[in-house]
Design a protein around this ligand. Structure first.
Ligand code: AMP
Length: 282
């Protein structure tokens, strides 16, 4: 596995592969890799000649009171995992090479960025869209891989790549879960053993909401109420930021079911913010 730290060298390397007619699969990450990330890598590996993974904890997507400084970092472990998966190139820029002193261009995907997580993390999706745009411009992948775990992120990146006529095909991969259903996340490591047990309520809540939708006997208001009631019954949940049924394209709350319905939750357990979602058919 080749490690590249300088954006211009990454760009030259990608150009060389593309000129030789190779396809490039790209998996952007913030590291502390788990099986969720590795499922994206495996998919990229099966569909492309060359696989590039980036590890970059992007400062511009963290708010001032968020966990940028303590975000988990495990460079050695990550490199080991990526080598084992047969990744060709690890792109690991530092913040200064991505954001010069004179950096002044930001991408904001309007409306979509203010909903759901965006209402609680101001500026977060501008940071995400900007860094993903930069990474796609540097790596120039044929396909880029994202997890459904961060559903709103996938909707925003899709909008951005369409609006700005960007080239990469986006591939959205299913959420990988622990055996008790908790969506894998680098932030799960923040949870105490009691909090970790409590966190299983999130997926159970989504599953029962999905069952209620499938029963055909409810409406989004009832589903939202059931979701909130179940989350409130878990004493270790310190804040419910949102939980309900949303339009999977506009991210607006639904008044009546559509064929595809987005069930989405963001809660805090102690100080740890966790999200999850599922698409439920009516
Ligand atoms: P992150 O390192 O959290 O920025 O995540 C990098 C990529 O991995 C994003 O596209 C995430 O959506 C994806 N990802 C994170 N957790 C999971 C998971 N449990 N299952 C599938 N993909 C995931």
């Amino acid at each position: 596995m080749e490690t590249i730290r300088i954006p211009s060298i990454m760009k030259e390397t990608s150009k060389r592969h593309l000129l030789r007619g190779k396809t490039i699969g790209f998996v952007p990450t913030m590291g502390a890799l788990h099986e969720g990330h590795l499922s994206l890598v495996k998919r990229a590996k099966s569909e492309n000649d060359i696989v590039v993974v980036s590890i970059f904890v992007n400062p511009t997507q963290f708010g001032p009171s968020e966990d940028f400084d303590r975000y988990p970092r495990d460079m050695e472990g990550d490199m080991e995992k990526l080598k084992r998966e047969g990744v060709d190139i690890l792109f690991m820029p530092d913040a200064r090479s991505m954001y010069s002193d004179r950096f002044s261009t930001y991408i904001t995907v309007k409306d979509l960025s203010d909903k759901l997580c965006g209402a609680f993390r101001h500026g977060h999706f501008t940071g995400v869209a900007t860094v993903v745009c930069k990474l796609l411009n540097i790596v120039m992948p044929t396909r880029a891989y994202f997890g459904q775990k961060d559903f709103q992120q996938t909707v925003i990146i899709k909008r951005m790549t369409e609006d700005l006529n960007m080239n990469a095909d986006l591939v959205i991969c299913p959420t990988v879960r622990e055996s008790d259903g908790l969506a894998m996340s680098s932030r799960n490591g923040y949870l105490s053993p009691e909090e970790r047990r409590a966190a299983t309520v999130i997926y159970r809540d989504i599953l029962s909401a999905s069952d209620l939708i499938k029963s055909g006997k409810s409406n989004p208001v009832d589903v939202k109420k059931q979701m909130h009631d179940m989350l409130k019954s878990e004493p270790l949940i310190s804040e419910i930021q949102y939980a309900g049924v949303y339009n999977a394209e506009t991210l607006d709350e639904l008044n009546e079911f559509k064929k595809q319905n987005l069930l989405a939750i963001a809660v805090k357990i102690g100080n740890t913010r966790l999200i999850d979602n599922m698409l439920a058919e009516f």
